[in-house]
Design a binder for this molecule. Structure first.
Ligand code: NDP
Ligand code: BG6
Length: 508
């Protein structure tokens, strides 16, 4: 694989969770695969007053804690972090950006790097506009001596209006091909595999529509709480943090028409069409179609777990949702009338992301005697963990009579012993270094996704009577989310860490 050209990576919000948990371990893995530029330096930027030495130590610890290298050889961590520096900044102070420019220039000279720079916005989203504007005004967006790429983390804005404004501001400062709107779910191998599953296998295509699909369910559950991210999360909530971006992107890839090619725009055009066909949820229907919740104190595996309102940097009266479940429709020929159910939450029983296609039942039940619970045909595309695909179908239980039993047919990525699945950030950071924007979101896609979310935000703002349900940490969210699923006896799938297990609260 190609080695990117020499560059400097500048991360804003470098003292934060994203940098430690995902970015630095991803860069470390790229380095282990010899996929980093020959000459590379990293400049962490933030409000915190920390020295470069402390920053290097923090990043080395992050690698030890979060790196998923299978056979970790951490011996070269010190060598790797040697090229890391830290610079304190006041985000709203233009002179600080001039100083930043000087620091970057010195780093370039010190390491013999030309003018290629990547600016990574890993701060709360309210700062993206300020940082980009100040960078451009300090002359740091000019590409005369090398590329200047701006990576903007999700959520891109905090509502439709701010997303539009941010797009407009960015377009006034830099070219579209300098902007990388990141949604790391698009960098996940298994999310990309949704396209391969659908468009490389003739057996699925005829069934992938309203004639054969009863409902589609997408879950992205996390067992962790907000940890140290209260400062960002309390102003965001699950709707902005997960639904507007990661979950809707998965809806887009699950529901889209085949693209004409694998070109970035061909795929984005089809995802955009899905977003444009989302049936708007009327403000007055939000209470019925969207359930929000917040985790309350509980015990998990015998240990007391704090409630959301008592987490660090969270308002004790906060009504920020840590859980969202919703039902909606896609108004097009393929999906008309098929309900889509999506849910996400923190402090749920396990960490799992999956797409479940529930197929319609046969028109007539010939076999009356069933063993266990029949769930019908389901195709489960497991995004994480235990990445793979599971098909559930009914078969005859051996022996007398015609007893029917639901069984599993499954494929697990881990069975491909010699294949390492790269992390999403590994892939995406590598792509930005090479200037490849295939797996990044486009301005119109992001705005259309916000348009769908907007009535929900409005209803929650304008109608305080809409409940924020409490759910004990470690459970599958508020009870009323079960009522969203239409049909007698139908429920959400309650997945476990292992794809083929279900209905068990395995991790509790
Ligand atoms: P954090 O809450 O950890 O915040 C990041 C940094 O931003 C902090 O270390 C802090 O640095 C600075 N910061 C926090 N609050 C404020 C504030 N009110 N004003 C100015 N600066 C502030 O967030 P994350 O790192 O988790 O997330 C950053 C972005 O990355 C978010 O947009 C999130 O959606 C996205 N993201 C996060 C992921 C994750 O796993 N954490 C994964 C994918 C995306 P300092 O005080 O030093 O300036
Ligand atoms: C981020 C959210 O975008 O995605 C976090 O800001 C969340 O709140 C994270 O924890 C989940 O990512 P993953 O890859 O662990 O599913």
């Amino acid at each position: 694989m190609e080695k990117p050209n020499d560059l400097i990576l500048v991360i804003f919000g470098a003292s934060g969770d994203l940098t430690s948990r995902k970015l630095i371990p991803a860069l470390y893995s790229l380095s282990n695969q010899n996929l980093m530029p020959e000459k590379f330096a990293l400049l962490g930027v933030g409000r915190s007053e920390i020295s470069s030495t402390e920053f290097r130590e923090k990043m080395a610890n992050a690698i030890r804690t979060f790196s998923d290298e299978k056979d970790p050889d951490f011996s070269h961590i010190t060598g790797f972090t040697e090229y890391f520096e830290y610079q304190r900044i006041d985000y709203i102070s233009p002179p600080d950006y001039k100083e930043l420019g000087r620091v970057i220039q010195n780093l370039c000279q010190k390491h013999g790097i030309g003018g290629n720079i990547i600016f990574y916005m890993a701060t709360p989203p309210s700062l993206y506009e300020t940082i980009s504007t100040n960078l451009a005004e300090a002359g740091l967006g000019i590409q005369s001596d090398g590329f200047k790429h701006f990576i903007i983390e999700k959520p891109f804005g905090y509502d439709l209006e701010s997303a539009r404004r941010l797009n407009k501001t960015l377009h006034g400062l830099v070219q579209e091909d300098q902007i990388f709107r990141i949604d790391h779910y698009l960098g996940k191998e298994t999310v990309q595999n949704l396209l391969v599953t659908r468009f490389a296998n003739g057996i699925f295509e005829p069934l992938w529509n309203r004639n054969y699909v009863h409902r589609i369910e997408i879950t992205s559950a996390e067992s962790i709480g907000v940890e140290d991210r209260g400062g960002y999360y309390d102003g965001s909530g699950a709707l902005r943090d997960m639904v507007q971006n990661h979950l809707l992107q998965m809806v887009g890839l699950t529901a889209m028409e085949p693209p004409s090619s694998l070109e970035a725009d061909a795929i984005r055009n089809e995802v955009l069409k899905v977003f444009q066909s989302l049936q708007p949820i009327k403000e007055e229907d939000v209470e019925k179609q969207v359930i929000r919740g917040q985790y309350t104190p509980s015990k998990i595996r015998g240990e007391c777990v704090t409630g959301y309102r008592y987490e660090k940097d969270v308002d004790v009266h906060s009504r920020t949702e840590t859980y969202v479940a919703m039902k909606f429709f896609i108004d097009n020929w393929r999906w008309g009338g098929v309900p889509f159910y999506i849910r996400t939450g923190k402090r749920l029983p396990t960490r799992v992301t999956e797409v479940v296609i529930h197929f319609k039942q046969t028109p007539h039940h010939l076999f009356k005697r069933v063993v266990g619970k029949l769930t019908g045909n389901q195709l489960i595309i497991r995004i994480q963990p235990d990445e793979g695909i599971l098909l559930k179908f009914d078969m005859k239980e051996p022996g007398a009579g015609f007893n029917v039993k639901n069984v599993n047919m499954d494929f697990h990525y881990k069975d491909l012993a010699d294949v390492r699945v790269p992390s999403a950030y590994e892939r995406l950071l590598y792509d930005v270094m090479l200037g490849d924007s295939t797996l990044f979101s486009r301005d119109d896609e992001v705005e259309t996704a916000w348009k769908f979310i907007e009535p929900i935000q409005r209803a929650w703002k304008n109608n305080p009577a809409i409940k924020v349900y409490g759910y004990p940490a470690g459970t599958w969210g508020p009870e009323p989310s079960n009522d969203l699923i239409e049909g007698e006896g139908l429920t959400w799938r309650y997945p476990c860490k292992n794809m083929a297990d279900e209905e068990l609260y395995c991790e509790l």
